[in-house]
Design a protein around this ligand. Structure first.
Ligand SMILES: Nc1ncnc2c1ncn2[C@@H]1O[C@H](COP(=O)(O)OP(=O)(O)OP(=O)(O)O)[C@@H](O)[C@H]1O
Ligand SMILES: [Mg+2]
Length: 423
């Protein structure tokens, strides 16, 4: 049997608290069996590694591992996603489809946020757990599957049972073994260790020197409540790594990255509010960075045009839409935007396009060099922007108006970005 230490290394788990070690040990112990496991713990404590450990150490490891986020699938389609459907069973069911329980036969299914499952789906799940039987939506033919189930939740299941949102029989069937992951504030000795690991990862990712905390800042880190747990700690380390020029972080600087409310409040199970307040602060900062980068690109393009042509009037005429964009024009139409987007792409490929203009070559070579560096630096920022837009659209079920308001940009700008990223 692999040691706890080896498992931590293999799955990138940092920490040495006894309760964390106990949780990993339990995962190792149950892995060779087919026992259902329920992983519990607040949001952001690292529940997602446990089902991976269980699957990888089990005899099922060569078969499928499917992770399903039960909270993210609409109520109307979840039965079909999990159990499949027959052709013609509902409008749009043009083909018979296999569900995850059929596809993962012989493997493991991780039901994340299991507390969010609709009651009707809970009935189907109970049947699979009891005798491995299920029916496709719209079918009366009983099918068999051999799937090991690991579930996770960050909600208080007893409360959910009391409010009749979760079936008690299913809860007991799912939680034959309960693996609890402790909140970060109960893992004092791991906090600084985790922070140092994240700081070094982000230094590598963003190609910057590693940030370091002063002693007072370490104390502040240890005292903080960490409502969003390790996910929040990671976010703070990321923001500091990207935004702070002075790589030695004082307590005052750190304080400005920590949400102030609720620091000394007792634990509550679901703290997604604190998490989302926190991430919106980060989102604003990223947005400022994206806007600056985009302006800089436009200015570079204009400067290059000026260097190439010298004649200010011609340049002004040729780059009318670009000039409008830089000096404020929230009203330009989408066709203008299309044009701008193409021009921006050209900025990155100027040397190829212009290689026949010999007299400009030294200038362009220099420019190309600058562009290459710039492109590398902005790649991760673009990823972030894309992620931000996707998340916002998801939060507002694709409603652009609401997403744009949340992102602090006009609906038209959002529309352009959606096109730009092919969303
Ligand atoms: N012990 C750990 N060492 C290193 N990174 C960790 C550890 N625990 C969690 N993380 C990181 O913290 C983040 C949150 O973990 P994870 O997604 O597993 O949380 P969760 O418990 O599933 O939360 P939620 O209930 O909100 O889904 C991930 O980026 C994960 O890689
Ligand atoms: Mg999770």
């Amino acid at each position: 049997m692999e040691s706890i230490q080896a498992i931590k290394q293999r799955f990138g788990i940092i920490g040495n608290t006894q309760s964390l070690n106990r949780a990993i040990e339990k995962a190792i112990q149950v892995s060779p069996t087919d026992i259902s496991v329920l992983v519990t713990g607040e949001s952001g404590v690292g529940k997602e590694s446990i089902p991976k450990i269980i699957h990888q150490l089990s005899h099922r490891k060569h078969n499928k591992y499917i992770a399903v986020n039960c909270g993210a699938i609409p109520e109307g389609t979840i039965d079909s996603e999990l159990f499949g459907h027959e052709k013609g069973s509902f409008t749009g069911a043009t083909q018979t489809r296999e569900g995850y329980f059929e596809v993962a036969d012989g493997g493991t299914i991780f039901l994340d946020e299991v507390g969010e499952l609709p009651l009707t789906t809970q009935v189907r799940l109970l049947r699979v757990l009891e005798n491995g039987e299920f029916l496709k939506v719209g079918s009366s033919k009983v099918q068999k599957t051999n799937v090991r189930i690991v579930a996770a939740t960050n909600v208080n299941m007893f409360e959910a049972i009391e409010k009749e949102k979760f079936r008690e029989d299913l809860y007991y069937r799912l939680s034959t073994v309960d693996i609890h992951l402790p909140p970060l504030r109960e893992r004092q000795e791991d906090i600084h260790l985790l922070f140092r690991k994240f700081a070094s990862d982000f230094a590598l990712k963003y190609k910057m020197p590693t940030i370091k905390l002063t002693d007072a800042a370490v104390q502040m880190l240890l005292k903080h409540r960490w409502g969003g747990n390790i996910r929040q700690l990671r976010n703070v380390a990321e923001q500091l790594s990207v935004l702070e020029q002075n790589r030695t972080i004082s307590a005052d600087t750190l304080k400005s990255y920590l949400p102030t409310s609720g620091t000394n409040l007792p634990a509550v199970i679901k703290t997604s509010k604190a998490e989302s307040d926190f991430s919106s602060e980060r989102e604003i900062l990223y947005k400022v960075l994206f806007d600056m980068k985009s302006d800089l690109n436009d200015l570079k393009k204009l400067t290059l045009e000026l260097m190439k042509n010298g004649n200010g009037k011609d340049v002004e005429k040729k780059n009318e839409s670009l000039i409008q964009k830089i000096y404020g024009n929230d009203d330009e139409d989408d066709a203008d935007y299309e044009e701008d987007a193409t021009e921006n792409n050209e900025v990155l490929s100027i040397p190829e396009h212009s290689s026949n203009h010999d007299k400009n070559e030294p200038v362009l070579d220099k420019y190309h060099f600058a562009e290459e560096i710039e492109e590398e630096e902005t790649l991760s920022l673009h990823d972030k922007e894309l992620e931000l837009i996707k998340k916002s659209l998801e939060r507002h079920s694709g409603k652009r108006k609401l997403a744009a308001a949340e992102l602090g940009i006009s609906e038209r700008t959002l529309y352009r970005k959606i096109k730009q990223y092919d969303l």
